[in-house]
Design a protein. Structure first.
Length: 193
């Protein structure tokens, strides 16, 4: 599923319960593992945070609807017991975590072209791992724009500090990136971009 399908997804504690919040953001590691779900309302947990963002462990419990699209995200409150749950603040984010919102739209540089494009879509598996990234290549004089799909493991993410812009890099030249398969729709299988 695309990362944009996950953002703003209703959050429930169990299947028949009404939504308690929505997914505000996801935190992932540089290797693509989603480790935390950021929700924008801590009040339902009786934490007294009055609508502040909280980061809870991501358990990968995305429940599909009848059409196969994600219907809601089920969170496991028990997985959070034993941790002190505080208001989540981006400026205090771990240097090893990346915000999904900050990654989407991030500039992508190749080995021979800074700012060769931007990250358009990230494709997340049911297990909570980013498998693929769709990159919009910049329109160069005399060339058509193109969106290509690459394995997420081909990207290197970086940022200087928690509030600084996230950037992505690939270790091959722009021409190689332009010859990769064009991104159309969702990935068909884990093995085929």
């Amino acid at each position: 599923m695309s990362a944009s399908d996950l953002l703003n997804l209703p959050v429930r504690i169990y299947g028949g319960a009404p939504p308690v919040s929505v997914v505000d953001d996801l935190l992932l590691k540089a290797d693509g593992r989603v480790v935390r779900v950021i929700i924008d309302n801590g009040q339902f947990l009786r934490m007294g945070l009055d609508g502040k963002r909280v980061a809870l462990p991501y358990e990968g419990a995305i429940v599909p609807g009848a059409d196969g699209e994600p219907a809601f995200l089920r969170i496991n409150i028990a997985a959070s017991y034993g941790e002190v749950i505080r208001e989540f603040r981006y400026e205090l984010m771990s240097p090893t975590d990346y915000s999904m919102k900050a990654i989407l739209g991030a500039p992508v540089s190749t080995s021979d072209m800074p700012g060769a494009g931007s990250l358009h879509t990230l494709w997340v598996s049911e297990a909570g791992t980013v498998e693929y990234a769709d990159v919009d290549l910049s329109v160069l004089p005399g060339q058509l724009s193109k969106r290509v799909r690459i394995p997420f493991t081909d990207l290197r993410l970086s940022r200087l500090g928690p509030m600084d812009e996230t950037r992505a890099f690939v270790d091959y030249p722009l021409l190689d990136l332009r010859t990769m398969s064009e991104a159309v729709g969702a990935p068909t299988s884990p093995d085929t971009p």
